[in-house]
Design a protein around this ligand. Structure first.
Ligand SMILES: *Cc1c(COP(=O)(O)O)cnc(C)c1O
Length: 355
């Protein structure tokens, strides 16, 4: 059976394993080496590590990429992408997005390093208009935390027609919902920290590409910045990715059910759920303090930042100074996990009664 015929849950389980040889382990050992005997494929631990490769191969298979590079975090992966752009390059980017990306882009803009044109990614006409003379498009869809959805295929197609490079943060949607490389994006980025690893115990990032020349430039950035993954983190994430489709499908089903229930709850307003994924944002009727009381008022659901773990978490986003002022003070971002959905609803309902 050809690779392209395999389904994602099969790829997640079967990729990145050693050859099936009698007596050999079915998992690769963790390679704890900073240096290697001269003359082989790897010479030094900053240029390569045998524990990265299987995880990179599994992510490549899921994203239909030719190759993937693992980084020390999602943010170091994003930093490597923007480092390829020349000084002052015009970049089109969503005005709403992951807060770390937003502050990095704002800093580059302020320093004159990049000329960032912030757009409403859900307004296709505006996005296309801003592509005029631009060098690069950075996309995130659904956006964080408002969960705006872009017309991904159309926008990437228009960008490629105009010769823009396209980078796509696919952390929220995951390759189970969309594969931006198949629409023509040049780079797909993941915060592997989230769904791919899935257990809230590692920080890692990745960049997946189709073009070998682009791979070389990103590899060069990784080697020269030294933004490399620890072998143990890579091993944990590989262990995590084996169950990623299973976890994500469960979390997504839970999220759709909870979004529906939240919509008809008396103290909830403006439920945002794009119809896929496992993040739901909603507003609590009342002020920031009421929303904080809800986040602290659950028994199961943990008041914590980040997302994509097996355990359900939520937080009031505006507790972060970095978060955009356009995000309502009473907005809670819920990252739905894999618990029983009725247990989760009882917990949410209890917490909401404390608003
Ligand atoms: C978490 C996250 C990042 C940053 O990744 P880190 O692994 O925390 O560095 C980037 N984009 C999105 C959408 C995220 O959720």
């Amino acid at each position: 059976m050809a690779l392209e015929d395999l389904h994602p849950e099969t790829l997640a389980i079967s990729r990145g394993r050693p050859p099936h040889l009698a007596g050999e382990g079915i998992n690769l050992p963790i390679s704890l080496n900073s240096t290697f005997v001269a003359g082989g494929p790897i010479n030094y631990g900053r240029t390569g590590n045998e524990t990265w490769q299987p995880l990179e191969d599994a992510i490549s298979a899921l994203e239909e990429a030719s190759s993937t590079l693992l980084f020390s975090s999602g943010m170091s992966a994003i930093t490597a992408v923007f480092s390829l752009l020349p000084h002052g390059a015009p970049v089109v980017a969503s005005h709403e997005g992951y807060s770390g990306t937003m502050s990095l882009l704002k800093r580059h803009h302020k320093d004159g390093r990049l000329e960032v044109r912030f757009v409403d990614i859900t307004d296709t006409k505006e996005v296309i208009a801003q592509m005029q003379g631009a060098a690069f498009l950075w996309m995130e869809s659904p956006t964080n935390p408002g969960l705006g959805v872009a017309e991904v295929g159309i926008i990437i197609g228009e960008a490629k027609k105009r010769n823009l490079g396209v980078g796509f943060d696919n952390t929220f949607a995951t390759p189970l919902n969309q594969k931006p490389l198949t629409f023509g994006a040049d780079i797909v980025m993941h915060s592997v920290t989230k769904y791919l690893a899935g257990h809230s115990d590692v920080i890692l990032g990745s960049l997946s590409v189709k073009d070998p020349a682009l791979h070389s430039r990103l590899l060069d950035a990784r080697i020269s910045f030294g933004a490399i993954a620890g072998p143990f983190e890579a091993w944990l994430a590989l262990r995590g990715i084996r169950t990623f489709p299973l976890r994500f499908e469960k979390a997504q089903t839970n999220a759709a059910l909870l979004a529906k229930k939240l919509e008809s709850h008396a103290v909830v307003d403006n439920v945002r759920y794009p119809g896929f994924g496992a993040i739901v944002s909603f507003e609590v009727k009342g002020d920031a303090i009421a929303a904080e009381r809800v986040c602290d008022g659950a028994n199961l659901i943990i008041n914590a930042t980040s997302l994509g773990g097996v355990e359900t978490t939520w937080e009031r986003r505006r507790r972060w100074e970095l978060e955009s002022q356009s995000v309502p003070e009473n907005l809670i971002r819920l990252s739905v996990g894999c618990e029983n959905v009725e247990d989760l609803w009882v917990d949410i309902d209890t917490a909401l009664s404390k608003a």
